[in-house]
Design a binder for this molecule. Structure first.
Ligand SMILES: [Cu+2]
Length: 495
């Protein structure tokens, strides 16, 4: 272990050195891109068994100090699971931690008992078996802790990973799909650290209320990594795995890329873009042409939105607090790529049209944050009564909505507060049918999270899968994890 004095010196030295002296030849850092281990499980025909261990680890994130982290089959974050549509997965989750936890398969269509939400807790030393058939198309799903009141802390410390689904239709498109060669997971998270290198979580009432935002951005657990690629066309499966931060992503050289998938899988056709906005829990897959052999940096720049919208009160507040608004996230080093002519498919997959005429029911959800003087006091005292949906804070013993199995419904989500909330619904992939602005980019695809802006109303069309269970609820909630933990969540059953 290094002494505290040495640690402080190294931090100071790091801060004082100009960037160009630190990393020669324009590299963002000397950190190498880390690939979460890929696991295909043990297969017998269509049955695939995964064995997952929730564990603690010590991880090198900052220079010269180790950080205590949580992981799944590795020290920090989870391994990447990969299976096919039509497979029957049997996932055994062993809890080796000294805290109760869960693992939720985010974005999956599955029986409520297999969902891994707050109703399937795994006590320390115990295990839980989740079994379900994969009935949905190729997509980038993810999994994470969903422990009641503890999701924010557990995900922040590392309990999340990717779950990739393949199918024949997507395989036939010849998209880049070789993991770690031309197909890369990019889990973006933001963290803060204490001086001893430990992760710093919620020491401020504002964070409890607005959600935890860190000032250090990690990709797959590494600060500003550099990804060396050899192929001219690469696919990035980007997950916003942060607790609360919304990213506005673009490359430093303003290059264009193509969005090919949203939360629920491939779009109908690639969409050209310069930037993409990704709220917590949202995923997108993009194709990046790097045949020019350059070294583009993926950045987050909150001001990208300024031209389109007015600066929000939130942004002004953060600026006044001296919070950083732009970050380098990671860099692609394509110097060894041979010049090539890159071709993209014109079309991807056809989406089944969901008709608004087929809806059997409309439901309304109001996302509410209590404002005024009680708010600050309530946040400081850890009150769970500040964040509500339809006037109610989450109660694990109350079923809020009953949905008919196989029904098509229109859910209208209204945000009555002054901050954006990413709204997530378990067990479904929906289509956004209306919102304030024009629908574009990944929002045209199937989604399980939709960002609802302040004072905005969004309508989504949902076809519920045919799993019925009157006793075990699914969740709908804000995916700012501190909001979910503090009551902005409700429960529905499908019967
Ligand atoms: Cu929220």
């Amino acid at each position: 272990m290094i002494s505290r004095r040495k640690f402080v010196q190294s931090i100071l030295a790091f801060a004082l050195l100009p960037k160009q002296l630190l990393h020669a030849k324009g590299f963002l850092s000397s950190n190498t891109f880390r690939l979460p281990k890929l696991e295909y499980g043990k297969r017998v025909d269509k049955n695939v068994c995964f064995d997952l261990n929730l564990q603690t680890g010590m991880s090198q994130i900052l220079p010269n100090v180790l950080t205590r982290t949580l992981g799944i089959n590795q020290d920090f974050l989870g391994v990447t699971l990969r299976a096919d549509k039509g497979d029957r997965v049997h996932i055994k989750v062993n809890n080796h931690l000294n805290i109760t936890s869960t693992l939720h398969w985010h974005g999956a269509k599955l029986p409520a008992k297999a969902d891994g939400g707050p109703h399937q807790p795994i006590n320390p030393g115990e295990h839980w078996l989740s079994e379900f058939e994969i009935i949905q198309p190729a997509s980038t799903l993810w999994y994470h802790s969903h422990q009641m009141h503890e999701t924010g802390s557990q995900v922040y410390h590392g309990l999340s990973g990717l779950f990739i689904i393949d199918d024949d239709q997507s395989n036939a498109l010849n998209l880049p799909s070789e993991y770690g060669v031309d197909d890369f997971p990019v889990i973006i998270q933001d963290k803060d650290f204490n001086q001893d290198g430990s992760l710093k979580y919620l020491d401020d009432f504002r964070e409890k209320l607005m959600g935890k935002k860190g000032e250090t951005i990690l990709v797959n657990g590494i600060v500003n990594p550099v990804l060396e690629v050899l192929k001219p066309l690469i696919r990035l499966r980007i997950l916003n795995g942060s607790n609360a931060r919304i990213y506005h992503l673009n490359f430093d050289d303003k290059r264009i890329f193509h969005i090919i998938a949203s939360d629920g899988g491939l779009l109908e056709k690639p969409i050209m873009a310069h930037s993409i906005k990704l709220a917590p829990a949202e995923r997108c897959e993009i194709l990046v042409d790097v045949s020019d052999g350059k070294m583009p940096i993926l950045q987050h720049n909150m001001h990208m939105e300024k031209s389109a919208n007015r600066m929000t009160g939130m942004m002004m507040m953060q600026q006044a607090q001296g919070k950083q608004q732009a970050f380098d996230i990671f860099q692609i080093n394509a110097q060894k790529v041979q010049p090539a002519n890159v071709k993209l498919p014109q079309t991807l997959i056809e989406h089944k049209a969901l008709s608004i005429d087929s809806i059997s029911r409309k439901r309304k959800f109001k996302l509410q944050m209590r404002m005024g003087p009680q708010l600050m006091f309530g946040a400081m005292s850890g009150s769970t009564d500040l964040l509500k949906i339809n006037g109610k804070s989450m109660d694990i013993n109350r079923i809020d909505e009953v949905v008919k199995v196989g029904a098509t419904e229109l859910w209208e989500i209204e945000n009555t507060s002054m901050m954006p909330h990413p709204f997530h619904i378990h067990n479904v992939q929906f289509k956004i049918v209306s919102r304030r602005g024009k629908l574009e980019g990944h929002e045209l695809g199937f989604k399980d999270v939709v960002l609802v802006n302040p004072h905005e109303t969004v309508q989504v069309l949902i076809e519920f899968p045919k799993f019925s269970d009157a006793k075990t609820p699914y969740m709908y909630h804000c995916h700012i994890l501190e909001h979910e933990d503090r009551g902005m969540m409700g429960q529905f059953v499908v019967v």
